[in-house]
Design a protein around this ligand. Structure first.
Ligand SMILES: [Zn+2]
Length: 422
């Protein structure tokens, strides 16, 4: 069966991904396809080293705060949490830590997260363990007040929340407050280099690795905020938006949106595939298999240069629950239906139209017309099921699945033996 997702716009996308989903539990005769759009930036690293530890994820991946980003309206969503944060900061009492949800803040100084260290459990082989130095909102405000600085909602960056906890987590850059003394109730706290924490982390300790991922994401996000203070389009100041998840140009005639691109880690590509697929299509995804990537310098004006990354993925559930703010629709289709749709080759018509348009423009027949605005090669108006042409990675994902082999790839290699099982 084929699942097609229709997205009306890819605006705001820092990275676009196409997926092929196949239910693991069904026969090879009934795989299905999903094309979707990932709406946030992702970074990843490749390692060729071998490890004796059976890790669940790479260092800095597996951030539990990012496993789910709640929808607007949810008290744990960035927008709702920001509104609550603003109201809390307007209150004069320091007892608001008892109010649901509670807020925890991780301060950073010059890229170093606040951390604490506790002794091991006493055994000869025990080692001290470090933990992130989370502080409550009232304490954070108190620290800054000692330096004569008022804590504002705009100075805090949303990190996420922990499932099953009533806590929203934030980060703040206090690099400019050199007089801050990070002491809290006798607890020894200090700002520690992230690389030091990385080496000091017990790779077999899930909590330590989770803390490392959280700190890595927070640091990258704060660094990005520091380096994106001005609009690259008009030069005006940028201001935080969506609880610090993006920035926006303060120039009313510009209003350019600025998103983190490759910088913020915090989840792997595979994690992003699973999270976004569930958030926008309601489908749980298990195994994720990389197919290929494609530079995409023809995105919308707000984000013209993107990286398309294509995956095959095995669905664990079949029920579709479409997020209508992200996608227009989603449907399942059989392989035969997909083959038929591909044979219609409507994109060939678009190609012919575009070629003729270019020729006319070159001859001066249609001066001043915008080529990109003249036709929409992804409109799908002429076909019951429409796929982008060979210019798009989605086309190759679909073709790969229909034909049972890759239609593109580095050096002509098959992307994965798993492909034959789809
Ligand atoms: Zn601007």
């Amino acid at each position: 069966m084929l699942l097609s997702l229709f997205s009306s716009s890819v605006t705001n996308c820092a990275l676009i991904s196409s997926l092929l989903l196949t239910p693991r539990r069904t026969s090879p005769a009934s795989p299905f396809f999903l094309r979707k759009v990932i709406t946030r930036a992702i970074s990843f690293c490749i390692t060729t080293s071998t490890m004796s530890v059976n890790l669940q994820a790479h260092a800095f991946a597996g951030n539990p705060l990012r496993s789910t980003i709640p929808k607007p309206g949810d008290p744990f969503s960035p927008s709702s949490a920001l509104e609550t944060l603003r109201s809390r900061l307007m209150e004069s009492t320091s007892s608001n830590q008892l109010i649901s949800p509670s807020f925890q803040v991780l301060p950073f100084r010059k890229g170093r997260p606040l951390a604490s260290s506790v002794d091991g459990d006493g055994g000869d082989a025990s080692e001290p363990n470090w933990h992130l130095g989370w502080i409550g909102l009232a304490d954070c405000r108190g620290y800054l007040a000692k330096s004569g600085v008022e804590l504002t909602a705009e100075s805090l960056v949303f990190l996420g929340f922990m499932p099953d906890e009533d806590v929203v987590y934030w980060a703040i850059d206090v690099s400019s407050e050199n007089s801050l003394v990070p002491e809290l109730g006798g607890k020894r706290l200090c700002f520690v280099e992230l690389r030091t924490l990385m080496v000091a982390a017990d790779w077999t300790d899930d909590r330590a690795m989770a803390d490392l991922a959280i700190a890595g994401h927070a640091r990258a996000l704060l660094e990005w905020h520091k380096l994106s203070r001005f609009c690259g389009s008009c030069g005006a100041n940028t201001v935080p938006a969506e609880a610090g998840r993006r920035k926006q140009c303060s120039n009313e005639t510009c209003k350019a949106r600025v998103y983190p691109r490759i910088d913020p880690p915090g989840e792997s590509l595979e994690e992003a595939v699973r999270r976004e697929t569930f958030e926008e299509a309601g489908i749980e995804v298990g195994e994720v298999v990389y197919h290929s990537s494609q530079p995409w310098p023809v995105g919308p004006n707000s984000m013209p240069c993107q990286l398309m990354v294509g995956f095959f993925a095995y669905a664990k559930t079949l029920e579709i629950n479409v997020d209508k703010t992200e996608l227009e629709d989603a449907e399942w289709h059989s392989r035969e239906e997909v083959q038929k749709a591909l044979s219609l080759a409507e994109y060939k018509k678009a190609h012919t139209t575009a070629a003729a348009k270019v020729e006319q423009m070159c001859k001066g027949v249609e001066k001043g017309q915008s080529l990109s605005a003249d036709f929409n090669v992804e409109s799908g108006e002429l076909a019951p099921m429409f796929f982008p042409g060979p210019f798009a990675i989605a086309h190759h994902l679909i073709s790969s699945w229909v034909n049972g082999k890759s239609t593109i790839g580095v050096g002509g290699r098959q992307p994965s033996t798993s492909l034959s099982n789809l």
